[in-house]
Design a protein around this ligand. Structure first.
Ligand code: MSP
Length: 538
């Protein structure tokens, strides 16, 4: 937990969220992808010295969960409790996800506030009673427009399919309550226009703008044919539509209608990270709900692409058979956190392959990065008895390293912290690692060491100080992505004693040359990225 929660005084927290996930099953690689990205972003901003609030959680109401629970012989609540405690929370802990809060939509703190929000909209005349009949996809928990459905083939011949789940839709006919979403089209378009960064990436923004331009329909916000949900306060035969219930988690978790100080110092979100499958809910319905209440809108909705399997979105029904734990037990948690952000441009779809992860692990993590760290520690041990020497005389080669670091820090900070370009930011750091490797290859400290002269000794000290000081910065820059190995490196450089905890090191100051004082004890700690044992994909 973050010790400086939003309750503490001061500026508004940097507030980042993941979607709250359906607990109809255990988390898979796709869910972990969005969550790891959010965690890296949260950690990055913490290392900028900002107050951060990072929220994740679970979405527990609706027909999809109710049916799964029943099919497994559980009550809906028991099913949710079990999955949250046995699958979801343990995975996030395993993956070193440092969220500040975990909201569950079945919690009273959420349900009570949702009822108040919806009642308030009703009192303001934003919600009315009506009837609707149309195709509904339970997988999406969403009414579909007839035009977007696919024609079924094979076992589904003659039926209409959801374009995302490729399963037949159901025709629902209900009397229920509607939110006047259709009245918000122009206001939404004006907001997108005035805030070009509101939806990221550009392709996602264009999709939403085109969708809204076609005209919005009012949104059914209640269901009366099942009861697994939060009752409509003025008409409890109805439950609140699961998406309205779920979106409100971003407000209820930070004190909406309950703790004004916490709410004002946290809300709205700076970034809602979402998969592109749920973009419209976040970029259309959610802002319209907030407009209707006169609440401020989030700063940014960032849509990530899909992890694909065989050309389809990875989902419960088409998993690769590889669980996050299968990867972490072979490659380690840090390599796992790093890989998806490194390999896939954020916002685009990407495929995962065991071979690709193996190749990148070996060349980039173990060879480029891990070897550099162990070589430098070994040489400080061998030539200076493990005490970091002072740089005696920086020359052109050292100046190039200093400049390279300044550029890497600025680029990584802009790309990860501002642009959510995780791949670009990670590459900036790894390019710097390559530069330091190149520097050592050129300077050949092992040869300099053989020359017994005074001048050569000073030269050797300068080279090794330069490499170690570069690694100090690398540990800081990679800490949000790979906290476990970064800490190992920090320990091996003996940095904690003079510079303090790694997580307290500011990104902006990472390039200040000379921070790591000469005289620290450098030890050859555990290998950062051990060689992979021969093991086939499970
Ligand atoms: N409960 C809703 C979200 C409510 S938010 C107010 C929901 N849940 S979900 O369990 O289906 O998770 C959806 C999110 O998981 C996606 O938006 C995405 O962030 C992540 N992913 C699930 N499968 C994924 C891939 N195959 N690839 C990338 N991300 C994926 O929708």
């Amino acid at each position: 937990m973050n010790p400086m929660g939003p309750e503490s005084a001061g500026a508004k927290a940097f507030y980042v969220t993941t979607p709250i996930y359906y607990v109809n099953d255990a988390p898979h690689l796709g869910h972990a992808y969005t969550t790891a990205a959010a965690d890296v972003l949260a950690r990055w901003h913490r290392q900028r010295g900002e107050r951060v609030w990072f929220l994740t959680g679970t979405d527990e109401h609706g027909q999809k969960i109710m049916r799964t629970a029943a099919a497994n012989g559980f009550s809906s609540q028991e099913w949710c409790d079990r999955l949250v405690e046995e699958s979801w929370k343990p995975l996030w802990e395993h993956l070193d996800i440092a969220n500040d809060d975990f909201i569950r939509t079945t919690q009273k703190r959420h349900a009570d506030r949702v009822q108040e929000f919806v009642q308030d909209l009703y009192d303001k005349g934003e919600i009315y009673k009506g009837g609707y009949e149309g195709p509904y996809c339970v997988g999406c928990e969403e009414y579909k427009l007839p035009g977007e459905l696919l024609d079924g083939e094979g076992e589904y011949a003659g039926r209409k399919l959801c374009p995302i789940h490729k399963k037949p839709v159901e025709i629902l006919s209900e009397e229920n309550y509607f939110f006047k979403l259709s009245e918000y089209g122009d206001k939404l378009l004006a907001h997108y226009e005035a805030n070009p960064d509101f939806i990221q990436p550009e392709s996602a923004r264009n999709e939403v703008v085109n969708f809204v331009r076609q005209g919005l329909q009012d949104l059914s916000v209640s269901r009366s044919t099942f009861d697994w949900g939060i009752p409509i306060p003025w008409d409890p035969k109805h439950v609140i539509y699961v998406w309205v219930d779920a979106l409100l988690n971003y407000a209820t978790a930070v004190g909406y209608n309950e703790n004004p100080q916490k709410f004002e110092s946290t809300f709205p979100a700076d970034v809602h990270l979402v998969g592109k499958d749920i973009l419209r809910f976040h970029a259309v319905i959610w802002p319209a709900m907030l407009m209707a209440q006169g609440l401020p809108l989030p700063r940014k909705i960032a849509a990530n692409g899909w992890l694909m399997v065989g050309g389809e979105k990875m989902s419960k029904s088409n998993l690769t058979g590889i669980k996050p734990q299968d990867l972490t037990s072979h490659f380690g948690v840090d390599a796992y956190r790093w890989y998806f952000l490194r390999a896939i441009a954020f916002g685009q779809d990407g495929s995962f392959s065991w071979e690709d992860l193996t190749a990148r692990y070996t060349s980039e993590l173990a060879n480029d990065y891990g070897n550099l760290a162990s070589r430098v520690a070994a040489m400080v041990g061998k030539y200076f008895g493990g005490t970091l020497p002072e740089a005696m005389a920086d020359g052109e080669a050292e100046k190039a390293i200093h400049d390279g670091l300044v550029a890497a820090v600025a680029e990584a900070d802009r790309r990860i912290g501002d642009e959510l370009d995780f791949q670009g930011g990670i590459l900036a750091v790894f390019d710097f690692i390559k530069q330091v490797n190149g520097y050592l290859t050129e300077q050949e400290p092992w040869k300099v060491a053989k020359d017994g002269s005074e001048g050569a000794r000073a030269r050797l000290a300068t080279i090794l100080y330069t490499a170690a000081e570069s690694l100090r910065a690398v540990a800081i820059l990679l800490n949000p992505v790979m906290p476990e190995t970064s800490q190992k490196l920090w320990d091996s450089l003996g940095a904690e004693a003079s510079l303090g905890a790694l997580a307290d090191q500011k990104v902006q100051e990472a390039a200040w040359w000379g921070k790591l004082p000469a005289g620290t004890t450098v030890t050859k700690g555990a290998v950062l990225f051990p060689r992979l044992e021969e093991k086939a994909q499970p």
